[in-house]
Design a protein around this ligand. Structure first.
Ligand SMILES: Nc1ncnc2c1ncn2[C@@H]1O[C@H](COP(=O)(O)OP(=O)(O)OP(=O)(O)O)[C@@H](O)[C@H]1O
Length: 235
């Protein structure tokens, strides 16, 4: 079963072709990174996968159900997620807890398991100690971390993350990658993450998809290994 299926996708902005003939799949349990230089249309590809942009040719689809036959939940972190403004709830802990409520599967009073989950999510981004802070008092980088913690708290089946570690130091990044790897290997989640830091991530990820182009043509998947849709990943 594939959580993401991209099939011969081509996309243009106002007749300006940016992506051509993209093919790949992402399966549950896989941690896949998407790389390419600035302007390689990585964000455009993520938005096409999510259905926020409609490709002119081909298709991108997300499975409607997870491996247990339930509605598949997606956790999306767009670029510059830290620029969000929040009215209520205003405290870090409440904000992350609200992610736990948002998921319909958890539409009940939060129990100790939920509180554990929220605590782990905040610890994973190094923000547990600041749980009682008001969001308005946080720096941009701290807002980014709690936004990611909230996504973890919703417990999605599929993570779609656009440069989530921007501004994090190496130690924080590695802690974040470890958490993603744990989510994919142990909990069978799928991860598609745009990143520039492909050196220190190599030991954590399963597969890398790179967008490159030849001369003036639009961006394409580079490397048939990662773009052919056949994963080497074993469950
Ligand atoms: N809404 C838009 N309208 C027109 N062109 C756009 C739009 N959004 C992006 N582009 C152009 O499409 C190309 C791909 O942009 P995109 O943001 O997807 O690339 P990216 O690989 O995510 O870049 P970066 O690494 O800098 O974040 C760029 O040339 C960009 O200028």
């Amino acid at each position: 079963m594939d959580y993401i299926t991209v099939d011969n996708l081509s996309f243009s902005y106002d007749d300006e072709p940016v992506l051509q003939d993209i093919n790949f799949t992402v399966q549950p349990g896989e941690f896949v990174i998407l790389t390419g230089e600035n302007g390689a249309a990585k964000s455009t590809l993520l938005k096409s996968v999510l259905g926020l942009l409609k490709p002119q040719e081909g298709s991108a689809a997300i499975s409607k159900t997870n491996t247990r036959g339930e509605k598949l939940m997606v956790g999306y972190a767009p670029q510059q997620i830290s620029s969000f403004n929040i009215g209520f709830p205003s405290k870090v802990l409440e904000f992350v807890e609200s992610g736990r409520y948002q998921n319909n599967r958890w539409f009940k009073r939060l129990d100790s398991e939920d509180h554990d989950h929220v605590k782990k999510a905040l610890e994973s981004v190094g923000m547990w100690d600041l749980r009682n802070k008001k969001i308005g008092e946080l720096s941009g980088g701290q807002k980014q971390r709690i936004a990611l913690a909230r996504i973890f708290a919703t417990d999605p089946d599929l993570f779609v993350l656009d440069e989530p570690t921007t501004g994090m130091d190496k130690e924080s990044r590695e802690r974040f990658y470890r958490l993603l790897r744990h989510n994919s290997r142990v909990h069978n989640k799928a991860i598609l993450m745009v990143t520039h830091e492909h050196e220190d991530i190599k030991e954590y990820m399963d597969r890398q998809i790179t967008l490159r182009r030849k001369e003036d043509s639009p961006w394409r998947c580079f490397s048939m290994d990662s773009c052919s849709g056949h994963s080497k990943h074993q469950h």
